[in-house]
Design a protein around this ligand. Sequence first.
Ligand code: GLA
Length: 387
Amino acid sequence: MKEQLLIKFAEVFGDARDAQVYFAPGRVNLIGEHTDYNGGHVFPCALTIGTYGVARKRQDRALRFYSMNFEELGVLSSSLEDLKPASQAAWTNYPKGVMWAFQEKGMKLPCGLDLLLFGNIPNGSGLSSSASVEVLTGFILKDLFGFSVSNQELALIGQFSENRFNGVNCGIMDQFAIAMGQKNAAIFLDTATLQYEYAPITLDHAKIVIACSNKKRGLGDSKYNERRSQCESALAALQKVVDIASLGELDEDAFEQHKAVIGDAILIKRAKHAVYENRRTLKAVEALKAGDITGFGQLMNGSHVSLRDDYEVTGPELDALVEAAWQVEGVIGSRMTGAGFGGCSVSIVENRAVDSFIAQVGEAYKQKIGYAADFYVVEIGDGPRKL
Ligand code: GLA
């Protein structure tokens, strides 16, 4: 891989002298969806698929970008003097956003870069290809220019750039999962405090299978920001009667006791999801620690139902994937993962059932939706690194 990337870099940028090769993973969230901007818990893990980057410092202030995933766009040029979001800048808004964020945080970039990327995460799939590019860019800037910044700070910088440069009001989960990833472990993260712990995922008899709906989704255009502000409105109403800083501080009983004050049926459903999903995540991690993978799977299923009925972010494609998965013998749990509105489902499937899972869910999906889904049996991998 490294050799091929360097050859491509030389082809695009003349030669590959002094070019360095890096990698940052994608992520999948096992449970804890739409809780990260509600002060709740999440349970994601980094994957062995992700984004490769080849980078080299320039003598001037220019920026040259090339993506092997968007070859038709050719080399996209910019400059450190022009770090503003622009629609014609396409995917380069992500690395540019991180460069902008570094400078905002006082880390001035001394010179421009040539940067070539190649991602093997399906784009727009809900496996965080954009956060992967953000963390990768931060890691490259840190390494090439010698900034002293921790991986956790790289996650926060990535989120800051996504919020402020790219206009998506996302939480910290994706960038954190990618920057802090650890092989064979999921990250149990309290998004209110950023305290976290690694939970080993040793699935001897099962695999994590991702089903990609192939319905493309742009977070910026989606209802993501709307859901977030609905939760904020519900929280503001609840704060009149309970002393809480976020929905994540409520348990189910307290929510049921006070929910009427929210006063709007839709907002009550949104807040209910945030509260119950956070509690499901706590229970799921407990189940896993106790070796109760069946219990973990049932909580995953419950998460999907709540995202479908109360949070309303699944849509026919993800429902088709997950509801077909629930019918397959040997499926331990299945749910949508990521923001929703398209993207992927994540399922835990017994080894012996993986082939029939792919066949049956693939067939049911095609019948119902009219085009094919893609399946990936994934492994949990480490965070960003130089190759
Ligand atoms: C997207 C966001 C995350 C998180 C998820 C939903 O992936 O980037 O911050 O809110 O959606 O759980």
